[in-house]
Structure formats: structure tokens, C-alpha cells
Design a protein around this ligand. Structure first.
Ligand code: DAH
Length: 344
């Protein structure tokens, strides 16, 4: 038996297998039901008592060595067959990779940001989870203003003086810009906003806005009007006219809403402008002195204007998609409509 074990050790030493099949055959030959090593284990039963210890140890070593060797042969056979060369015909035509496209809201945001960059504005962003101070208090919202109500605002925490909430407008970024930036400030702030509204074709609980802010010495309402007119012409075409209607926002005084002439019917009246010839695009005004002072800006020396617009609204006017829900449902059939608008 001793010689037999020695002989098998030597065989294992020089054992080779070119393929996984050969390695498997070797396993059967040595370790299979009728394999040589298995047979030795059977013979082991008849070995004399006093020799059992010595042979048992040797046999176990032999079995372990055989198992390890065969594993090794199998692994190397697999890797070498993998490197034999491609099994696929590399000259076959490839699977087409379809290119994604920008989301319509992103397209509009980029267009607007690019226009204001040309006018010398920077871009600033702020947190979506904000505090009451930046969304309301610093913007001159009186303590009991209905916009703070649970009806409109998603609160993240409540019960203390300055609760956390999901910002309801990007005007909060104005406040952060005034706190951080050196004067003069010229900045646009695009971002996502949240309101507790029932979802319908005309309202959504998530949408996007872009806020603008310009603060310097001697900024007047005429500057505001000119900035908006230049923007509207860049965005909607050189023939575009604007009109301003008096309005109210807590953070601006005076405040206005801006309409652009309908670029679909050119003032004739159509169903997009509901027969009026005008489309509302944004709210704006001169920054209220209380707002400047809340951020430590001297309202005797500095003045400024601000404006805010909804990006889905601008996208709706641009492509006449009149159901807001399309912008959020990620329906590929809708998104693909904008693939030609991609820029590299
Ligand atoms: N924050 C306003 C809103 O969400 C939009 C707005 C109006 C922003 C007038 C302004 C502004 O900066 O001056 O409805």
C-alpha cells in the first residue's frame, strides 16, 4: 500500500489537463467512485491496526493533494479556453446604442441661464430643504401669511421658531446670495420647488423656478423693465413685446407681473393666449428695503430688482405641452419628442 501511495503522489505531480473535460476525467480516475484513491480507502479497512495511523495520515494527504491539483487543472483549463479567441464574429453589425436627450425643463433652464450669463449674471444654487427664515421671514412675509400655512408648505420639522421645510420658491436663494456675495450682486438661481398642491394638468407639487436678482447703487424700475425686455426678445424672438401689470409680492415694492406678446398668433388671439394676445411669464419688482436690511444691505445706498419664473410654464409656452404631468412622468414617448433639441 505504501508503494501505491508513493506512486500516486508521483503521478499527481506530473498530471496535466489541456481542457476542462480532461481535468474531469482525471478526477474520475483518482477520486471517482471507482477511482484509484477511493479504492485505497477501501483497502485501508484491511490494514493492520498498528499501521492504520501512519497510512491513514498519508491517505488523507494524498486525497487532499489530488483534490487541490484537479481544482487547479480545472481553473487553468477554463482560463486558457477563454483566451482561445473570440467565439463571436466581430465583423457582425453592433447593437445600436440609443442616445438619450435632455429633459425639456433642462433645455429651457439652460437657455434662460445662457441668456442671463450673456448679461453678466452668475448662477447660484441653494438647498431644497430650507428654513422658515430664508423662505419667508427674510423675504418680508408677515408671520401669519397664508403661504406659510400647512396647505402650501411641506414642513420637514415643526414646533420650533425656525422650522425646516421644502422651499416653496427659489426666492430663498436670493437671501442666501445677499448674505454671501459681495455687492454689486447679479445672479440667477434655478432650482426645484415644492408646494402642497393636488396634482392636475395645471398644478404639481414639484416644479422648477428660476429667480433673478440684481443689486447695485441706483438700480431703478427702468433697469428692471429693460432687463426683462432684452430677456424676452432673446427667449421668444426679436419681435417680442412685453407688458407689465401691477401686482403684489411681500418681497418687492412695487411689484409687477410680466406678459409677453403671444408668439403663436402674434396678437391675433388664439387658444394658447386665450384670445388675449398675451402670455404671462414671470413676477418681478424692486427689492423691498425690508428685504435688503434683513440681509444687512444698506437700503439708503443700494437698490435692486428681482424676478421669478416657472420653468415648466416657459416650456409649456415653447412647445405647447399643456399638461404639467407630462414633465414628471418620464414617459419615453414624451421625452423622445425633445431628442432633436440635444446640444453637444
Ligand atoms: N417667488 C415668487 C413665486 O414663487 C415669484 C417671484 C415674484 C419672484 C416676484 C421674485 C419676484 O423675485 O420679484 O411665485
Amino acid at each position: 500500500m505504501k508503494e501505491q501511495i508513493e506512486k500516486l503522489f508521483a503521478e499527481l505531480e506530473s498530471l496535466k489537463a489541456a481542457t476542462a473535460k480532461e481535468a474531469e476525467e482525471a478526477r474520475v480516475r483518482y477520486l471517482g467512485k471507482k477511482g484509484e484513491i477511493t479504492k485505497l480507502f477501501e483497502e485501508f479497512r484491511n490494514v493492520d491496526r498498528e499501521m492504520k495511523k501512519e497510512f491513514g495520515k498519508k491517505l488523507n494527504e494524498l486525497k487532499q493533494a489530488a483534490t487541490a491539483k484537479i481544482e487547479e487543472l480545472k481553473a487553468s483549463a477554463e482560463t486558457s479556453s477563454a483566451s482561445e479567441g473570440p467565439k463571436q464574429d466581430l465583423t457582425m453589425p453592433g447593437e445600436p446604442l440609443s442616445l438619450g436627450s435632455r429633459h425639456p425643463v433642462s433645455i429651457v433652464r439652460k437657455e434662460i441661464v445662457d441668456i442671463f450669463r450673456k448679461f453678466g449674471y452668475d448662477v447660484a444654487e441653494g438647498p431644497e430643504i430650507e428654513d422658515d427664515y430664508h423662505v419667508f421671514e427674510a423675504l418680508n412675509f408677515p408671520p401669519n401669511h397664508p403661504a406659510r400655512d400647512m396647505q402650501d408648505t411641506f414642513f420637514v420639522s415643526s414646533g420650533h421658531l425656525n422650522p425646516l421645510l421644502l422651499r416653496t420658491h427659489t426666492s430663498s436663494v436670493q437671501v442666501r446670495a445677499m448674505e454671501k456675495m459681495d455687492l454689486p450682486i447679479r445672479v440667477v438661481c434655478p432650482g426645484r420647488v415644492f408646494r402642497n398642491e393636488a396634482i392636475s394638468a395645471r398644478a404639481h407639487c414639484i416644479f422648477h423656478q428660476l429667480e433673478g436678482l440684481y443689486i447695485d447703487e441706483n438700480v431703478t424700475f427702468a433697469d428692471l423693465k429693460q432687463a426683462i425686455l432684452l430677456f424676452a426678445r432673446e427667449m421668444f424672438g426679436p419681435e417680442t413685446k412685453i407688458r407689465m401689470r401691477p401686482s403684489y409680492f411681500p418681497f418687492t415694492e412695487p411689484s409687477a407681473e410680466v406678459d409677453v406678446s403671444c408668439n403663436i398668433c402674434h396678437g391675433e388671439g388664439c387658444n394658447i393666449c386665450k384670445g388675449t394676445g398675451w402670455l404671462e411669464i414671470l413676477g418681478c419688482g424692486m427689492v423691498d428695503p425690508n428685504v435688503l436690511e434683513a440681509s444687512n444691505i444698506d437700503s439708503k445706498k443700494y437698490s435692486g430688482f428681482a424676478f421669478g419664473m416657472g420653468l415648466e410654464r416657459i416650456a409649456m409656452l415653447k412647445w405647447q405641452v399643456n399638461d404639467l404631468r407630462h414633465y414628471f412622468e418620464n414617459d419615453m414617448r414624451f421625452l423622445k419628442e425633445f431628442s432633436t433639441a440635444i446640444e453637444v
